[in-house]
Write a protein that binds this ligand. Structure first.
Ligand code: PHE
Ligand code: ZN
Length: 881
């Protein structure tokens, strides 16, 4: 385990390597506990580098068994090998030379799941960010690109399948029980994109003909018997390949594209060149075992990893500070893909919900960092929602500022200039500047300044002059290491809506740049005056969430109601409902905290019920509209001194009132949307299920017995309906015999399906209230709780910490104590997983003082522990700072 070194890496210290790596030849002799890795590396000294400079290679927990220089054993005085590095001296001044290193590694004992490990008997690798150094000594950094040949030798019976990146060269028998295979990847790549898989797996095969007419073999490998569950992933892959050709002009570049699904994986999936490795949760689906959300996730992640082939692999990152260059851009691409495949506004609403609930708290707390950080202690901790999701929003803003064609021109120039290179954020931005002749210097602050911009808005209408004045002021909060902020370039889409719902177009605008429906806020405070406005309009600002900011705009309830009713931008309609609901929910929390009665605002209630019954609106949108801001949204709105029990009680009271007032509407929806046709995962069908299950949730709230939900559970013929019915039962009627029976039936029916059991754990981990902690502790004793499986740990402990505000934030602090113990235990086997879980405490300072004290105490327990990984040490230090 990499323990804490205290070493901080700075962007400003970047310099290229002293030696250039020309070629890599790897030979693996696979063995569960003693795998031999021979790496032949050809280097030459970079021009101008000190002839005395040694070659320093990275390692992590390595054991070297031999070292050759140009095929001859190296004299011990010429090198120093430790588990963490290999330093070689007295090397040629300019001629190429060959280093052959042999290391011995133990895949079976690799519980960190970084480097080469075994998952359910399958050998697989994970090398991003710094896993390759756990396989062999190497210049393990993304700006070292080389062509790889890989030979794999393994026991034939146990491992009929031997895979690596690129194209298959050939294979043959090797001794009595073994065989080997050779792979060659012609595309130079950094080590983090290396992959190897060996084992016995089933396969689903297909082909794709690229736009230039080349046929590509597509293969998805899964455990035997699970092949039918890979059909949807294959379909999503083909749609992704086509979309990237049509929308970005990007064609696939090898003869074969492979995906392997494994059950133990730290993240979602990995874009290794030609050989993506996936958490099987994002590959396997069928109606009986996967929900609509699972299907949508599979589609998005298959696309995401495929899109990396160009944004990440063909053009990679110069250093890990540039991570958003591949991740933010690729998330933007997968968001656009899903928007094109499904309902764009509904997808946008889901993205914004996710951004606000995950990224905004990160940006407002102790772990805040710029989209492109300038320093890190552990790179694993920077695979964050800021780098990914805010990074995507920043890319989206470039598209908003430059327009569709301007964005396309910039992307084309970026591909043209940097194909085959390791690039920087500056290279990326420059491509857009040069292709469009537009200065993006101020815009680039989005990469460098952390914190969610807060924009205060006010407006006035002058009926005599027929002008509308709109004043905006931006404030970017201080974040760790950044106290002073410069004003940013914030593109805000807007509409001026008349009383009858028509959009009004001004005859002219002064005060700043306005292009089409985009208003460019660039000053700290700026006043725009719109002329030729016949009557007082309602302002719809930040349409489609064009900028990832928070608006403070005290709009009248009637104005919000008008937007909720008339805006042609569905996102903004949803936003207006949210803006109507939030003050009501925060007031409800305050009232509930004091034991006062809570009531739902009439305007909100009417708006919600009108939307519920409006058949002209797509069901998926109506389901989103009826899903009120979450408890964490309310907590964020309250800002500080949070009492999760009061927030929960207040919100539940409002929901109950809506449920009671709308009982007839919800019943009609529930019955009317019943489907008798076969399950289809398409977005429209999923939307109908979402609305129906949303109605079920409200129905159960207005009823005092679990009858309707129990019947829904009994009748469900797909996992979406089944898991939703079980959630409603468990959350609304946790102690009812019907609930116990349903939970037991579900566990029994799916006892051999790990992904479905994860849902069973999740549903129970999120049951609110007092009993939650004891329930979670009990579930840890369940024979299905497998501590070595990251999905299972996340399903139970992660879901409890991130998704059960009342249960986790018990007033007595017992859940924090439990959580700290779990984090410490998990850290021993899988630091990356432990560190990620620990971020659940990042907003501890916003809790009311009693809970905050308990949370700090738990964090201090971790802090004081003697043997932390670098990963957990980094998070706990920053969280307490
Ligand atoms: N690069 C992967 C992705 O986003 C994520 C990942 C990072 C996976 C690190 C594993 C380890 O597509
Ligand atoms: Zn990615």
């Amino acid at each position: 385990m990499r323990t804490d070194t205290g070493r901080i890496i700075h962007l400003a210290d970047y310099r290229p390597t002293d030696f250039v790596l020309e070629r890599v030849d790897l030979t693996f002799e696979l063995d569960p506990t003693e795998t031999k890795v021979e790496a032949r590396l050809i280097f030459h000294r970079r021009e101008g580098v000190d002839p005395a400079a040694p070659l320093v290679l990275d390692g992590d927990d390595l054991t070297m068994t031999s070292l050759l220089f140009d095929q001859i054993e190296m004299a011990p005085e010429r090198y120093t090998a430790t588990p963490e590095s290999l330093t070689i001296r007295d090397l040629p001044e300019s001629t190429p030379f060959e280093i052959t290193v042999t290391t011995l590694i133990n895949p079976e004992a690799n519980t960190q799941l970084m480097g080469l490990y075994r998952s359910n008997g399958v050998y697989c690798t994970q090398c991003e960010a710094e896993g390759f150094r756990r396989i062999t000594y190497f210049p393990d950094r993304p700006d070292v690109l080389a062509v790889y040949t890989v030979n794999i030798i393994a026991d034939k019976a146990a491992n009929p399948l031997l895979l690596s990146n690129g194209n298959f060269l050939g294979g043959a028998g090797y001794g009595p029980d073994k065989h080997f295979a050779a792979w060659f990847d012609p595309h130079p790549k950094p080590s983090y994109l290396f992959a190897l898989v060996a084992g016995d797996l089933g396969v689903v095969e297909d082909t794709f003909t690229t736009m230039s007419g080349r046929e590509v073999a597509l293969k998805i490998y899964v455990e035997h018997g699970k092949e039918p569950r890979a059909a949807y992933a294959m379909d999503a892959l083909k749609r992704s390949m086509k979309w990237d050709e049509e929308v970005f002009g990007r064609e696939y570049d090898l003869d074969i594209f492979m995906i392997v699904a494994v059950s133990d994986f730290n993240m979602g999936a990995m874009e290794n060149k030609g050989l993506n490795i996936f958490n099987d949760k994002y590959v396997l689906a069928d109606p009986e075992t996967a929900t609509d959300q699972d299907y949508a996730n599979i589609e998005a992640i298959i696309a995401h990893e495929y899109f990396h082939n160009w944004t990440g692999n063909r053009i990679t990152c110069r250093d890990w500070f540039q991570l958003c260059l591949k991740e933010g851009l690729t998330v933007y691409r997968d968001h656009e893909f899903s928007a094109d495949q499904r309902s764009r506004p509904v997808k946008r609403i889901a993205e914004v919900r996710h951004l606000r609930s995950e990224q905004f708290p990160e940006d407002a707390g102790p772990l805040a960092h710029p989209v492109r950080p300038t320093a890190y202690r552990e790179i694993n901790n920077f695979y964050t929602t800021t780098v990914y999701e805010k990074g995507s929003e920043v890319t989206r803003m470039i598209a908003t500022i430059l327009g569709r064609d301007g964005f396309k021109k910039g992307m084309d120039l970026y591909f043209e200039r940097h194909d085959g290179e390791a690039a920087t954020v500056e290279d990326f931005v420059k491509s857009f500047e040069d292709a469009n002749g537009r200065d993006l210097k101020q815009f680039s602050l989005w990469y460098n300044q952390a914190g969610t911009p807060q924009i205060t808005v006010s407006s006035s209408y002058d009926a005599a002059a027929k002008t509308l004045t709109l004043s905006l002021e931006q404030m970017i909060p201080a974040t760790p290491g950044q106290t002073h902020k410069e004003p940013m370039h914030i593109p805000l889409r807007f509409a001026l809506i008349g009383a009858n719902g028509d959009e009004q177009n001004p005859s002219s605008v002064t005060g700043g740049e306005v292009t089409g429906d985009v208003l460019h806020l660039t000053e700290r405070s700026q006043t725009f005056v719109f002329s030729g406005i016949a009557s007082r309009p309602v302002i719809s600002l930040n349409r489609s969430f064009s900028a990832p900011v928070t608006l403070h705009f005290a709009q009248a309830t009637e104005d919000l109601a008008l937007i909720a009713r008339f805006e042609s931008d569905l996102f903004s309609r949803w936003q207006a409902l949210t803006d109507l609901a939030l003050p009501n929910l925060t007031a409800a929390a305050a009232a509930a905290g004091k034991g006062d009665p809570v009531s739902c605002d009439k305007g909100l209630l009417d708006a919600l019920l009108a939307i519920a019954a409006d058949d002209s609106l797509e069901p998926a949108f109506r389901a989103q509209a009826l899903t009120l801001p979450s408890e964490s949204d309310i907590a964020r709105e309250l800002g500080a001194n949070n009492d999760p029990d009061a927030i929960h009680a207040g919100r539940q009271a409002i929901l109950k009132e809506i449920a009671t007032a709308g009982a007839a509407t919800f019943e009609a929806l529930y019955k009317g949307l019943a489907s008798d046709s076969a399950y289809s995962p398409d977005a429209a069908s999923a939307g109908r299920r979402a609305l129906r299950n949303c109605a079920l949730g409200y129905l159960a709230l207005s009823e005092n017995a679990p009858g309707t939900a129990a019947a829904a559970f009994a009748r469900a013929d797909n996992m979406t309906d089944l898991s939703q019915a079980l959630t409603v039962l468990a959350h609304r009627f946790p102690d009812a015999p019907e609930t116990h029976a349903a939970l037991a039936a579900f566990e029994k029916r799916f006892s051999s399906n790990a992904l479905v059991l994860d849902k069973w754990f999740q549903i129970q981990a999120t049951i609110p209230g007092e009993g939650a902690l004891d329930r979670v502790m009990r579930l840890m004793q369940n024979p299905h709780f497998v501590a070595s499986n990251p999905n299972r740990v996340r399903a139970l402990i992660g879901t409890f910490a991130f998704g059960n505000p009342t249960g986790f934030n018990r007033a007595d602090g017992r859940a924090y104590t439990f959580f700290a113990e779990q984090v410490l235990a998990i850290d021993k086997r899988n630091p990356q997983l432990a560190a990620r879980l620990l971020t659940a405490l990042r907003s501890w300072r916003l809790l009311e003082p009693g809970r905050a004290d308990h949370a700090r105490e738990a964090l201090m327990t971790i802090e004081r522990s003697g043997s932390l990984s670098n990963d957990v040490r980094d998070i706990v230090d920053r969280t307490l700072k």
